[in-house]
Design a protein around this ligand. Structure first.
Ligand code: AP5
Length: 216
């Protein structure tokens, strides 16, 4: 399966991606996670990306496209891909058309998660992450069994540095200006499946799973 998952910051892309991976055998490629790993590793890519991410801005297309192009060349993508958070600009979408055609894996469906603004703010400020295994929690909607500790690997949980109300406002503005045209592009190709992601996690997952099961 060749799938994109889209939606504003905090709409649940990472949460749904984890569930998709448990059910379907495809690599999860999250550009946000790739940038965060590069920052933790202290690479040049990480240093460049951090300048933008710390302010809630998108990382420039040339950096992002080159990173995704290399990732999609890896052998595991012969099984397809779940791209989370890419493409986010029309420039990325155009480049992605070339890249996906070159590997013979054109996109089959775009899952678009929709959530109202008030919910996004509480999801973002309450989110906690495990930097070691990537598990996602929320202090009220999805709390860990022991406060501040990952249920899966026992590591300490962190609050992402861009998860503030101020940076959320910038990220949402970038989403409206830069990413909505990408969604319109895929809508014109009849590839978009809207999912109301303001409901609880299991209900949202049932809808996503139904869409993906029908693609098989
Ligand atoms: P990225 O990491 O992609 O962040 P984002 O798009 O802002 O999305 P989030 O990770 O914040 O949210 P999510 O939708 O995954 O929600 P989650 O499942 O965690 O990108 C970060 C930055 O990297 C960007 O700002 C940019 O700088 C850069 N970047 C990345 N890709 C780029 C690109 N292509 N081009 C340029 N720059 C790029 O859920 C959030 C919380 O809500 C969690 O606590 C969760 O438990 C909870 N939750 C989830 N679903 C539900 C539900 N149904 N009900 C209740 N709670 C829920």
């Amino acid at each position: 399966m060749n799938i994109l998952i889209m939606g504003a910051a905090g709409s649940g892309k990472g949460t749904m991606s984890k569930k998709i991976l448990e059910r379907y055998d495809i690599p999860h490629i999250s550009t946000g996670n790739m940038f965060r790993s590069a920052i933790t590793e202290g690479t040049e890519l990480g240093r460049s990306a951090k300048l933008y991410m710390d302010q809630g801005h998108l990382v420039p297309d040339e950096i992002t496209i080159a990173m995704v192009r290399e990732r999609l060349k890896k052998d595991d993508c012969q099984r397809g891909y779940l791209l989370d958070g890419f493409p986010r600009t029309l420039g990325q979408a155009i480049a992605f058309e070339w890249i996906s055609a070159a590997i013979g894996k054109p996109v089959q469906a775009v899952i678009n998660l929709t959530v109202n603004l008030d919910d996004l703010a509480s999801r973002i400020t309450g989110r906690r992450l495990c930097q070691k295994c990537g598990a996602i929690y929320h202090i009220t909607h999805q709390p860990p069994k022991v406060d501040g500790i990952c249920d899966v690997c026992g590591n300490g949980l962190i609050h992402r540095s861009d998860d503030t109300i101020e940076q959320l406002a910038v990220r949402l503005r970038e989403h409206v200006i830069m990413t909505r045209p990408v969604l319109d592009h895929y809508r014109n190709l009849n590839l978009v499946y809207n999912v109301d992601a303001s409901r609880d996690i299991e209900t949202v997952w049932q809808d996503v799973d139904k869409i993906l099961a029908n693609l098989r």
